[in-house]
Design a protein around this ligand. Structure first.
Ligand code: AMP
Length: 362
């Protein structure tokens, strides 16, 4: 039976990836009456443990993808390292996949991403492709020093990047990142980092959550505060940028767009994630409809929900053994705890988060 939208409750949503984002998506889907099938190589993945069906296999396993396609009416993904080819194969076999493989493929390659952003009209830092130490020296000549050298693919949480201060560092920086295709970026020179989580529905409607201020430590998101105060022209520009990206990608679902705000209020896009985003976790307790429900609504062809903030929220990630403080956290009033059901609390691993609410509009 061909799928028609809006997808009725009782249908099945397929999620590729079984981490915490998949888990919170699955919980939101269940609340709307959907079943969830999760595909992940780990049998006890956080999302698999709250889903109706788990397909335990690699993300590029043709049999696993076929099983997912036959179980699910709509398929989505919860992290960027899913091979874009897997989404292409699903779509070619007639499965309804959202967001599409193009958004994923662009987001997986920092050079393709910045090129796309500039072409779409979203400003970024200056950048150059670097495929050798000589390219890096040429980039230092044309863009100036210092430059931030990043691997084009596979970097996350601040990994896979190094500052290059002069041509003398070019060979060592190139080797340090593994002599692989890279991008060199000019310094963003920002006063703060902000993010916008937004959704686009199947008929092209767009809903933005309030601006979020994000704080990283050692490359990992530590805290996010929202709604973040900003001058109206900055908010309007953030909205313009995000709407531009969503429309240029003909996007369906939730997206996270990370930006630098400079002293003069100018916004530069650092990157976008074609999925629900850590900077949107505050919406779970701070908004009428949170980002996870919003994503399910969008891909299921339901109307998008209201995104207004009901409270001022500070979201803090619980990294490594910090989640072991759950009992103390449970005693704090106005603190909501989200634990991901992960086993080993390795240092820096995202084990959960808390949302601390203030100025609640009751
Ligand atoms: P990314 O891996 O691109 O998400 O970058 C991780 C973090 O590095 C960002 O959150 C920023 O704090 C910092 N960063 C990334 N790109 C730049 C840049 N061009 N200039 C200055 N800081 C940057």
């Amino acid at each position: 039976m061909p799928v028609s939208f809006p997808l009725p409750p009782g249908s099945t949503i397929g999620i590729i990836g079984g981490g915490q984002l998949g888990r919170m998506l699955a919980m939101a889907a269940a609340r709307l009456g959907f079943d969830v099938a999760v595909m992940d190589p780990e049998p006890d993945a956080p999302a698999a443990r709250v889903a109706a069906k788990a397909i335990v296999t690699a993300y590029d396993d043709p049999e696993g993808l076929a099983a997912l396609a036959s179980a699910a009416d709509v398929i989505t993904f919860e992290f960027e390292n899913v091979p874009a080819r897997s989404l292409q194969a699903l779509a070619a076999a007639g499965a309804r996949v959202a967001p599409g493989d193009r958004a994923l493929a662009i987001a997986q390659d920092r050079l393709a991403e910045k090129t796309f952003l500039n072409e779409a009209g979203a400003p970024t830092v200056g950048f150059a492709a670097v495929d050798s130490a000589d390219d890096l020296r040429a980039a230092l000549q044309s863009l100036g020093a210092p430059l931030l050298l990043k691997t084009r693919r596979g970097g996350y949480d601040g990994k896979g990047q190094t500052w290059v201060h002069s041509a003398r560092d070019a060979d060592s920086a190139w080797t340090e990142l593994g002599a692989q295709p890279c991008i060199a970026e000019t310094p963003a020179d920002f006063r703060r980092e902000v993010a916008v989580v937004a959704a686009r529905g199947r008929s092209g409607e767009i809903a933005l959550y309030p601006l979020t201020e994000s704080h990283h430590e050692a490359g990992i998101l530590r805290r996010a505060r929202a709604p973040a105060a900003a001058p109206p022209r900055v908010l309007a520009e953030a909205e313009r940028i995000v709407a531009t990206i969503l429309s240029a990608l003909d996007y369906v679902g939730v997206i996270g767009v990370e930006m630098f705000e400079r002293d003069d209020g100018k916004l530069l896009v650092n990157e976008f994630a074609p999925r629900v985003h850590n900077t949107g976790h505050w919406t779970l307790d701070g908004c009428e409809v949170d980002q996870f429900e919003q994503h399910i609504r969008a891909i299921a062809g339901w109307p998008l929900g209201p995104t207004d903030a009901l409270a001022q929220v500070e979201m803090t990630n619980l990294l490594g053994d910090e989640a072991e403080g759950w009992l103390r956290l449970a005693q704090e009033p106005e603190t909501r705890i989200w634990l991901y059901g992960k086993g080993e609390p390795r240092p820096g691993r995202k084990m959960g988060h808390v949302n601390r609410l203030t100025k609640i509009n009751r």
